[in-house]
Design a protein around this ligand. Structure first.
Ligand code: COA
Length: 175
């Protein structure tokens, strides 16, 4: 990490994206007539990147995507409503939590379809990890997410380490 000055702490609300809408059309469907999951994942990654870059005021890269849960399918004609915000910031990395709701605009029914957690790392001008602002939580829910994020970080770094060890056991030509 570079020795840049620690930036000022920022509240969750300063970088959050709320209510980004996407109207589903027939070309967005998979063979089972549900919305193609990759489309949703791509938008989650983009919006979460915006949140990370707003929070850090730096170029950020996706370091890890964990726990994308597809809870229910979205259908043709639904409106997808995306939200994303910083759950916690550590030294150079941040966890962004994203949520997608599918809305039937004619009945008003809403279904929670996807939740995901993404880790972004802020980079300096030399593409080296650089310090990010601490996070200020302002609501009970934000405070709860802040606590939970630490447990997720430990699991994901442990998981990444175990995957690295498994890869190292492969024959060299397949590493
Ligand atoms: C992410 C990346 C910058 C980390 O670089 P690195 O040399 O491993 O850096 P460090 O070991 O100093 O770790 C930097 C931070 O990343 C975090 N990190 C590294 N690997 C991680 C992983 N798999 N999951 C979660 N966090 C991770 C570290 O915990 C550290 O966070 P902290 O400073 O808040 O404690 C580097 O691996 C990279 O550039 N990856 C490619 C990113 C990319 O191209 N993304 C687009 C996808 S195509």
């Amino acid at each position: 990490m570079t020795n840049a000055k620690q930036p000022d702490a920022q509240p969750v609300s300063a970088s959050a994206v709320r209510g980004h809408v996407y109207k589903v059309f027939p070309q967005d469907m998979n063979a089972h007539r549900a919305v193609f999951g990759g489309l949703v994942m791509s938008t989650i990654d983009r919006l979460s990147l915006v949140v990370a870059e707003r929070h850090s005021r730096r170029v950020c890269v996706t370091a890890a995507v964990d726990a994308i849960h597809f809870l229910a399918p979205a259908k043709d004609g639904d409106t997808l409503i995306y939200s994303a915000s910083v759950n916690r910031a550590w030294t150079t990395s941040m966890e962004i939590g994203a949520k997608v709701v599918a809305e039937n605009s004619y009945t008003g029914e809403r279904r929670h379809i996807v939740s995901a957690y993404l880790t972004f790392v802020a980079l300096d001008e030399n593409n080296k990890p650089v310090a990010v602002p601490e996070l200020i939580t302002e609501t009970e829910l934000e405070a709860q997410r802040y606590i939970e994020a630490q447990a997720r970080r430990e699991m994901r770094l442990d998981h990444a380490e175990k995957l690295r060890e498994l890869r190292q056991q492969r024959p060299e030509s397949h590493a």
